[in-house]
Design a protein around this ligand. Sequence first.
Ligand code: ATP
Ligand code: MG
Length: 418
Amino acid sequence: MTGNPRVPAPRTAAAPHGSCVLLKHGEAFLKGRNRHLFTDRLQDNLRLALRGIGGSTWIKTAQNVTVLGGEVPQEALLERARRVIGFNSVEPALRVASDLETITAAAVDALSDARPGLRFAVRTKRRDKQFPLTSSQIDAHIGARLLAGIQGLRVDLAKPDVTLAVEIDRKETYLSWRRFRGLSGLPVGSSGRALVLLSGGYDSPVAAHRAMRRGLACDFVHFNGAPYTNPSSVYKAYALARELNRYQPPGALHVIALGKAQKQLAVAGAGRLQVVAQRRLMARTASELAARTGAEALVTGDSLGQVASQTLANLVAVDEAAALPVLRPLIGWEKQEIIDEAHTIGTAEISILPDEDCCGLLAPPRVSTRAGLPQLRSVEKRLDLEDVVEALLDSAQVLRPGVDEEAPAAGDRCPAPA
Ligand code: ATP
Ligand code: MG
C-alpha cells in the first residue's frame, strides 16, 4: 500500500453520494482494438468475485477505470476487489457530485483527521473537459481550502505523505487518498484454460497463481498415493485449490489415486527412474484429462534444478510424455522467492502443513538426475499405459472447492478420499 497509515480511512457519513472503490485497469488497457474483450472479462470476473457478499452492488466501467459500489461496507468491496486479477491499483474512494464546492468540501472532510505536519498534494484528472476549471486550477483551489480549513497541513508536491487524487467525470467526481497495489496482469480466462498439476508443496500453487495472472483460467489435478497413503495430501490440495479459486472463477479439482499405478511402475523395474516415471504418468494422465475438460496446456511448479527430479534431462523426459505444452511459470525462480510469494498470496500456511505425498511413496534413495528416454520407455512397455491412464481417469473424483462457500452442498465439501 502507498500513502500514510495515519491518514484516516475514507468516511462515508458526510459524502453526498457515498463510498466506492476505484479499480485502475492493468494490461487490458493496452490491448488496442480487443480492449473491450478484456474489459468485459474483467467485469465478469469482478461480478463473480462479488457473489455472496451480502448486499447489492454495482459496477461501472469507463475507459481504463472500473468503479465499484453498493450497499455493503467499503472494506468488504475492497477485500473482494483486491483478489481480482487485472487491476493495477485498487483505491477506496468517495463519490460526489461534480461541482467545485461539493468536491472541495468532501476533500476537507476527507483529510480533517490528518495528523499535524502531514504533507499533502492534490492531483486532479479531468475526464470531463467541460469542467470550468483546469486541473491545476482545481489542485490549487482544493489545496488552498485544505490549508485554510485543517490546522498543521503542509503542501509538498515532491514527496507528499498523502496524495489526494481527484478524478472528475461529467456527473460524478471520485476522491481517493489510499491506494493498494492490484494483482495486475491479464483478466483470468482471457488466455484460455489450463490444468495445473497441484501437489501439496509451495511451488505448484504459486505457479498456478502466476498462470492466472497471465490470463489462464485454471482447473487442478492432484495425484495422491491412495490406497497406500493417508488422505492428508488431498485435504491440502483441496484447501489450496479453494484459496486459489478466490482469485478466479472457481476451477475444478480432480483427485486421482496413483498408488496402484506407482506400484506397477516399481514392479516393472523403474528403480532409480521411479520418480520420473511417475511424473511421466502424471503428465500423460493430465494431458488426457485436459483434453476432456477443454484445457490447452498443463502447468507445473517446476523450477530448474531445484530437486533431482527437476534437472533439465528429467524435465525433457516429462515433456516427452505430455501431449500438451507444459508451462512452468517458476522455471527461473529461487525457492525463497517462491515461499515469499506463497505467503503473499495466502497459500504458504496450507503448504507448510505435513502430508503424506505420493512422490515419497516408493521413491528410490537416489533419484536419477539424467533419466534416459530408452530406459524409461522399456519400463513403461511392461505396463499397458493406455489402460492404466484410462483406469486412473475412471477413478478420478471431481471436487469444486470454493463454490458456494457460504452454504456448501454435501458434494462441495472435501469428502474422505478413497
Ligand atoms: P511443490 O512444492 O509444488 O510440491 P516440489 O518442489 O515438491 O513442488 P516436485 O515434488 O518435484 O517439486 O514436483 C514438481 C511439480 O510436479 C510440482 O510443482 C507439481 O506441479 C507436480 N506434482 C508433483 N507431485 C504432484 C502430485 N502429487 N499431484 C499433482 N502434481 C504433482
Ligand atoms: Mg512436491
